[in-house]
Design a protein around this ligand. Sequence first.
Ligand SMILES: Nc1nc2c(ncn2[C@@H]2O[C@H](COP(=O)(O)OP(=O)(O)O)[C@@H](O)[C@H]2O)c(=O)[nH]1
Ligand SMILES: [Mg+2]
Length: 220
Amino acid sequence: MVVQVNQRTRSSSKTMEGNQQRAEANILLLGAENVGKSALTVRFLTRRFIGEYGDIDSIYSHSDKIDGRDIGFNIWDASYSQGGDEVGHIGERQLQWADGVIMVYSICDRASFNVVRQQVQRIRQAKNKLSGAVPIIIVGNKRDLQHRRTVSSEEGRLLALSADCGFFEISAAETYHGVLLVFHEMFELIREARALKKGTAGFRGIVRSMSAVFGRKRTE
Ligand SMILES: Nc1nc2c(ncn2[C@@H]2O[C@H](COP(=O)(O)OP(=O)(O)O)[C@@H](O)[C@H]2O)c(=O)[nH]1
Ligand SMILES: [Mg+2]
């Protein structure tokens, strides 16, 4: 695991656009404390679940291959306490850096679901057009703790639909596969968003932009 102490610049991802050999994606993890943001990150980086994690705001770099293409993931595991007193605060610097945002809550912690709701609204209502359109995936974590569930899958899915976000319920503790799916889907959404911006969207991208115009939401 490589810990990047210094923040990477946003331009690093831009210089890679269009290059079929290697692409970079800056992914920001947001959500309340104790929901499993670090567990998700470490699972993706090492395939392991180690149980306890510090609360350090860090950016990690990780290389992966998707469809034979090298992808450089830069993952910002944001510390919630950084936001000060304001609930659901998101730093401007974080949003400028991010190509995509993964918002995590725990299915047994309703307060953490409310934090995600607030953060999604904040991003979608942002005056800055760029952050208003940033791809977001909402993740309900700790799926293994069904007996302590207080947030239903439907509530999570509805929130995602209403704000045009992806949605997954996973257990970082139990499986690597679900975590991998989240990051790979995030990369796919980032790729589509870049193509849309450049006017070279594929079929999926066109369907997405039509959905935005006619208000039909994605269900996947
Ligand atoms: N049962 C269960 N516990 C988890 C899961 N993911 C994380 N945890 C635990 O929840 C606590 C908080 O996790 P952490 O990743 O530090 O949360 P963060 O504050 O959002 O970064 C730790 O004790 C983890 O072991 C999960 O999927 N299932
Ligand atoms: Mg953490």
